[in-house]
Write a protein that binds this ligand. Structure first.
Ligand code: PMV
Length: 327
């Protein structure tokens, strides 16, 4: 008789205010530096994992279609970790979908691997605590460690697997910020973050970026706890520029910004000079995340939508933790 075990989990992607770029251990995804992010409530990944003794291999359906072999391999690597922890050997069928456009440059790997780690570990009969689940998610994608705890989250860099996990700085209800995402390109990135992290140390600027990061983390933590948007915007934009300077000066260089990205950056600075408080940051792609008070988010969306090259605007408030869904 074959055993059949299944679970479904939901996780939100997150946007980093203080960025993770580069690993001290690529295989374990131990980051070069700590980072701070916010989960994005309106955006969700839902993933079901079903271990089944009848299966001859792991399978993956993404947004209703069979996934590419490279994506299946990355999911299998996570399932292998779970099988080893649980002492089981069955293959699994994984079904995952996002409620946001997959190619839109939103960090879908963060929610993808947090939801996968939770669904797979629960289906395998494991009840991992939050640090253990964050560590497991980290092995799939570093930023996924931050999609496990709720709200505003810090992931600590460390030299060992046991010590590098994310914790909530404060819950989603603490601050009614909104992330308005100016979607500029829906194409898949030429160089994704997994291939990008190993290049960080080829930049002569990475050491300088790392040198000041503890101070920026402290400033970001304090700005969040005090709900101080001008302070958060200042440190978030500095940190963003430092990460993109590293990307632009690595070998080969990674140039993620498009002309419309720069148009949004200039626009946000001009709005601020007029008194509309907002700050921006970009991940490994051209889309610009604009953080503002919820009360200003409608105005921000209207203004972003008028900038040439902005294809659409997605909005999200601070989100909760990764969680299991009823069967
Ligand atoms: O988790 P990864 O490997 O997709 O890396 C994420 C890297 C950035 O999004 C650029 C920064 C971050 O901290 O999320």
């Amino acid at each position: 008789m074959s055993s059949l075990k299944a679970a479904t989990a939901l996780a939100h992607p997150n946007i980093a205010f203080i960025k993770y770029w580069g690993n001290r251990d690529q295989a374990l995804r131990l980051p070069s530096n700590s980072s701070i992010s916010m989960n994005l409530a309106a955006l969700e990944t839902r993933t079901t994992v079903r271990f089944d003794g009848q299966l001859a291999a792991d399978g993956l359906d993404l947004n209703g279609a069979p996934a590419a072999p490279a994506q299946v391999a990355r999911v299998s690597a996570m399932l292998d970790l779970v099988r080893a922890m649980a002492g089981i050997s069955e293959f699994a069928q994984v079904t995952s979908s996002n409620n946001f456009p997959s190619g839109s440059g939103i960090a879908s790997s963060s929610s993808a691997f947090a939801a996968l780690a939770l669904a797979a570990s629960a289906a395998a009969g494991l009840a991992l605590d939050e640090p253990a689940l964050s560590r497991l998610s980290r092995r799939g994608s570093g930023s996924a460690s931050r999609s496990v705890p709720a709200g505003f989250v810090e992931w600590r860099a460390a030299d060992t697997d046991e010590e590098s996990y994310a914790v909530s700085v404060t819950g989603p209800e603490h601050w009614d910020l909104v992330d308005s995402i100016a979607v500029i390109s829906e194409e898949h990135k030429a160089v994704g973050s997994t291939a990008g992290h190993p290049l960080a140390d080829t930049s002569p600027l990475q050491a300088a970026r790392l040198h000041g990061v503890e101070q920026r983390l402290a400033q970001a933590r304090q700005a969040i706890l005090q709900r101080d948007l001008p302070a958060l915007a200042a440190v978030m934009e500095l940190d963003n520029h430092l990460m993109h300077a590293v990307m632009m000066t690595s070998s080969p260089p990674l140039l993620y910004w498009q002309p419309a990205s720069l148009a949004v950056i200039h626009a946000v600075a001009a709005w601020r000079a007029e008194g509309l408080q907002a700050g921006y940051t970009l991940d490994a792609g051209p889309n610009v995340h604009v953080l503002s008070a919820a009360a200003d988010a409608g105005e921000v969306a209207v203004r972003l939508g008028k900038i040439a090259g902005v294809q659409r605007v997605l909005q999200a408030a601070p989100g909760g933790p990764a969680r299991l869904l009823p069967a």
